[in-house]
Design a protein around this ligand. Structure first.
Ligand code: HEM
Length: 372
């Protein structure tokens, strides 16, 4: 299978979907013996997902291959197994469930909506914008503000001129790292390791991006250290530092790894696991039909998480799911209340080849103010 994957790199999602369909939802991915590509099983069958993520969870640790591919995440929660993972997960739970944090987060989202997103859309009424880029900036600002207590302004406040939004180096860095991480799944290990050693191709881009991101985070941590006492107690950084001290880890590294994990998590994560399969959702699976999750009596239909796997399932299910839904609902309500949003006719929506499932050409839309 490896040669066809390499020949179809730009189309890998479609290729894997066809294979899954052909083999009834599960197949064995094998590289040639000399390439060192780990042989792995690809599945979209909800019962297999249930078996792996819940019923036999302890048999399916992430393991050393995962750690090697995702080295950028360091010793953060995504890379941990067993007891270390359990402790880190407890820390995340207690961080995110604090009432003061939830209030802080909701206030941040509301402020950002009122001062950035809605004025931006108002300024761009009747024009074409890339909604994926705008919402990516919005969520990055929110995640960052939740961690450090200040807004990096990727989507600026009271933006009112016609100049294109500047590219943000560290946001771009995350997507370049994601590209590299995905290619490490299908390029033979000996080849990507050689590319890394020779410092060429995606490995070179990823390495530069990783250094940029780390440097930026070290600077933010330093600014936090040196800052005045007027810091928001509700942001996460103080608790993360205290946890690092408690665990007697190298503090800067612990904080860096934890923050990188949150930023990757908030950025969409490993949601390529979301398989939009005919076998799972029926023959109309490609149609936009939100009503498929609403019952005849107007109630939300419950779908088990091993079937709707976007947030993962079982003991490792996403700890940020609830706060993500708060954010999604607040943004959707605020936008749809004031604007009509229409995807530009003919705009091609295809997936980007990376670990996070985003759109290669963004989402070009036209925004019109609603007349009430
Ligand atoms: C729409 C947004 C999000 C989606 C689709 C999503 C999806 C996921 C998925 C699929 C996983 C499992 C990854 C794996 O085990 O390899 C995961 C884990 C995780 N997510 Fe999210 N996530 C989102 C937002 C967030 C946010 C905002 C946070 C904030 C802190 C967060 C925190 C985490 C953490 C800490 C884990 C690791 C859990 C563990 O390994 O025990 N996520 N998420």
């Amino acid at each position: 299978m490896l040669p066809s994957v390499l020949l179809n790199q730009s189309n890998i999602h479609d290729l894997l979907t066809l294979r899954l369909k052909h083999y009834g939802g599960t197949f064995d991915f094998k590289g040639p013996w000399f390439t060192n590509v780990a042989s792995f099983i690809i599945t979209s069958d909800p019962m297999n997902v249930h078996h792996i993520t819940s019923k036999n969870f302890s048999n399916y640790g992430k393991g050393s291959d995962f750690n090697e591919i995702f080295e950028v995440l360091g010793d953060g929660i995504f890379n941990l197994d067993s007891n270390e993972w359990k402790q880190e997960r407890e820390m995340f739970h207690s961080l995110l469930k604090r009432k003061s944090f939830k209030i802080f987060l909701e206030q941040n989202i509301q402020k950002k909506l009122e001062n950035s997103l809605l004025p931006f859309l108002e300024n761009h009424a009747t024009k074409i914008i890339d909604l994926q880029d705008i919402l990516g900036r919005f969520t990055f600002d929110i995640s960052f503000n939740s961690i450090f207590g200040f807004d990096p302004n990727c989507l600026p406040y009271n933006y009112c001129n016609e100049i294109e939004l500047p590219e943000i180096r560290f946001v771009k860095a995350i997507s370049e790292i994601e590209d590299m991480l995905f290619s490490r799944h299908y390029i033979p290990k000996c080849i990507w390791k050689l590319q890394k050693w020779l410092n060429i191709g995606k490995e070179k881009k990823g390495k530069v991006a990783q250094e940029n991101l780390y440097q930026f985070l070290y600077k933010c941590i330093e600014v936090y250290y040196k800052g005045d006492d007027d810091k928001s107690d509700s942001s996460l950084i103080k608790e993360i530092m205290m946890e690092g001290l408690r665990k007697e880890k190298m503090l800067e590294r612990y904080v860096r790894d934890t923050v990188v994990n949150i930023l990757f998590a908030g950025n969409g994560t490993v949601s390529t696991g979301l398989s939009w399969m005919e076998q799972t959702w029926g023959v109309d699976c490609l149609e936009f039909k939100p009503e498929r999750w609403i019952s005849d009596r107007g109630e939300i239909k419950h779908v088990p998480s091993y079937k709707f796997i976007a947030f993962n399932a079982g003991p490792r299910k996403c700890v940020g799911k609830d706060i993500s839904f708060v954010q999604i609902k607040m943004i959707a309500v605020a936008m749809l209340w004031k604007f009509q949003i229409q995807v530009v006719e003919g705009h091609s929506v295809i997936p980007r080849v990376a670990v996070g499932l985003s759109m290669k050409h963004g989402l070009k839309v036209k925004v019109n103010k609603r007349s009430i």
